[in-house]
Design a protein around this ligand. Structure first.
Ligand code: XMP
Length: 329
């Protein structure tokens, strides 16, 4: 029966030994729990020889960049370079409709930016960074084999998603994966000891390709991203206000590339339709759609149509996984 404090101390010792007294380490922060906890741990071990990058790909949620940078800087004092690559990503995504193609483009652009960051760092330091931190968890490592005595079964053998779609092969960075023996709930426990804010540790998962998989079709169509951000923020804030956030695995809005007729004021409108999705799940491999009270949904739908210009219809996704996936693309 090991305590999380001991795990932390042990990990810090290992990181110090592995990295040594001179080498530098880089880390890509996604804004998620795993990479944040991994980076915070490494930072504790080697301090300013850690160099983090956070990329705004233009596909983030409402005020996401500001919110995560605030946590990185004010709460965790992590050394983070924030790169605004919105134009770079969106110009490459213009006109692209196929979901897998979108993912590939996003993965490739990310690698370019990461590469550039590593090169600039090398130039600045006069030496190549030698290590890369990744927030890999135990389930990612074992995939199909349950740990002895854990009582948990991990029967899924399909690993379908990678956050960053791999990194440049010729980079010759050695990996540091300080969370690779931990489960998600243990990472949260570790994060707590490392002073990662509680609310941050409880955030719902968010896909690497971001809102690109939640705007169906071309992500650059009209002001789809802007509409989606506003709708999503209203939905999530309402869920938090109702005290439901922690009972839900993931909740989000989806922008549909269609218009329908509505009547607002005494005007007929021909505007956008958004879908709301909320699910419960243990691990994302299967999921059940979440049942909201009538009044909650009624309030949310009214609020969305009243305050988001260009939306006149709200629908709810009532399919579980399977047969649907959690994301729409
Ligand atoms: P699906 O939609 O396949 O999603 O039921 C299962 C979980 O994985 C997340 N997801 C992704 N995460 N890159 C990611 O990093 C992706 O391309 C991706 N697609 C889905 C999804 O949000 C859910 O938590």
């Amino acid at each position: 029966d090991w305590k999380m404090e001991d795990v932390m101390e042990e990990e810090i010792k290992v990181i110090k030994t592995v990295v040594g007294a001179k080498d530098h380490v880089i880390c890509a922060l996604s804004g998620g729990v795993d990479s944040t906890v991994a980076a915070t741990l490494v930072h504790k071990a080697i301090r300013d020889r850690l160099h983090c990058i956070f990329v705004d790909n233009g596909l983030l949620r409402f005020k996401e960049r500001e919110r995560v940078m605030e946590t990185f800087e004010s709460d965790l004092h992590l050394p983070v370079t924030c790169v605004d690559a919105t134009e770079q990503f969106l110009s490459k995504l213009k006109g692209v409709v196929d979901p897998e193609t979108k993912r590939k483009i996003i993965g490739k652009e990310f690698i370019c930016i990461f590469d550039e960051f590593a090169q600039e760092l090398e130039h600045k330091l006069g030496t190549k960074p030698a290590f890369l931190v990744q927030g890999t968890l135990y389930p990612d490592v074992i995939e199909s084999c349950p740990p002895p005595g854990s009582g948990r079964s991990h029967s899924h053998t399909i690993k379908s998603h990678h956050n960053v779609g791999g990194l440049p092969k010729d980079m010759k960075l050695r990996l540091i994966e300080p969370l690779k023996l931990l489960f998600k709930d243990e990472v949260r426990e570790l994060g707590k000891i490392l002073n990662v804010p509680e609310a941050f540790l409880k955030r719902h998962p968010f896909p690497g390709p971001g809102l690109a998989v939640r705007v169906l079709g071309d992500v650059t169509q009209g002001n789809a991203l802007d509409i989606l951000r506003q709708v999503d923020e209203i939905f999530i804030q309402s869920i938090k206000d109702a005290g439901l956030y922690d009972s839900i695995w993931q909740a989000f809005a989806v922008f549909l590339p269609i218009r329908s007729v509505g009547v607002q004021g005494d005007q007929r409108t021909h505007s956008h339709v958004v879908a709301l999705r909320a699910v419960t799940s243990q691990d994302g491999m299967t999921a059940d759609w979440y049942y909201f009270e009538h009044k909650f949904l009624d309030d949310v739908a009214r609020k969305i149509c009243n305050s988001v210009r260009g939306v006149n219809r709200v629908v709810q996704d009532i399919t579980s996984k399977p047969p649907s996936t959690i994301e729409w693309e």
